[in-house]
Design a protein around this ligand. Structure first.
Ligand code: 5RP
Length: 235
């Protein structure tokens, strides 16, 4: 396992300390939180922990099933105790860019139902200002070129339709992803989120503002817990 992979694994496993028997747990998507899902499966089979999970993508649904996490529909839950997920970037106020794995819509729906959100990340995701990572925006396939033009005008940057070979990437919800190359200048992500959501054709934007309560951050010195002092896990 290479160095970055090891950091992802450390962060992913460390997040499991927030999960206790009886909890309803939102299961994020990506190569870091994958390790959380695998560890939760181990805790169920080896330690008898009893939880149910709500996956944020078809990929996570498949993995969670493989490792033996009982799954339920979000609509059947009155709430979730916690969601654990990855991020593409987080800023000092714990605002996030997500959607690198094209799962942002389900991730946001699940996160807004959770009593707490814990992000697992390696040090490359920590930034002063969001935006170096192209901002993922889920858009409708209908007239997507027009929606992309609107986004490009609004954000004043290049916006690409995410491709897989010659075809647009299709999300679990049957939509496309536009990636906005804003640059590291999203200093008011709340405003950007609001403005982007006003455009017809936009389904959801990968800015997760005021949702994240803590980041479990892995770097070469080990795993660090960063708690959002304005969040729900602050003492
Ligand atoms: C998927 C996401 C992921 O959580 C994000 O892209 C981080 O993934 P990784 O841990 O693989 O870097 O938002 O839509």
């Amino acid at each position: 396992m290479d160095k970055v992979e090891l950091l992802k694994q450390q962060a992913g496993i460390a997040a499991c300390k927030y999960v206790n028997s009886g909890m309803k747990v939102g299961l994020g998507t990506g190569s870091t939180v994958k390790y959380t899902v695998i560890e939760l499966g181990r805790m169920i089979s080896e330690e008898g922990m009893e939880i149910v999970g709500v996956p944020t993508s078809l990929a996570t649904q498949k993995l969670a099933t493989e490792v033996g996490i009982p799954l339920v529909e979000l609509s059947d839950c009155t709430h979730l105790d916690i969601v654990i997920d990855g991020a593409d970037e987080f800023d000092p106020e714990f605002n996030l860019i997500k959607g690198g794995g094209a799962a942002l819509l389900r991730e946001k729906i699940v996160a807004q139902e959770a009593k707490a959100m814990v992000v697992v990340a390696d040090h490359r995701k920590q930034v002063d200002t969001l935006g170096a990572f192209p901002l993922p925006i889920e858009i409708t396939p209908f007239s997507f070129e027009a929606t992309i033009r609107q986004l490009s005008r609004l954000l004043d940057c290049r916006v690409n339709c995410r491709m897989s070979g010659d075809n647009p990437v299709i999300t679990d919800n049957g939509n496309y992803i536009a990636d906005a190359h804003c640059g590291p200048n999203l200093s008011n992500p709340r405003n950007t989120e609001m403005e982007v959501l006003k455009i017809a054709g936009v389904v959801q934007v990968g800015l997760f503002n005021e949702m994240c309560d803590a980041v479990i951050l892995a770097n070469s010195d080990g795993v660090e817990l960063l708690v959002n002092q304005n969040g729900r896990l602050a003492e």
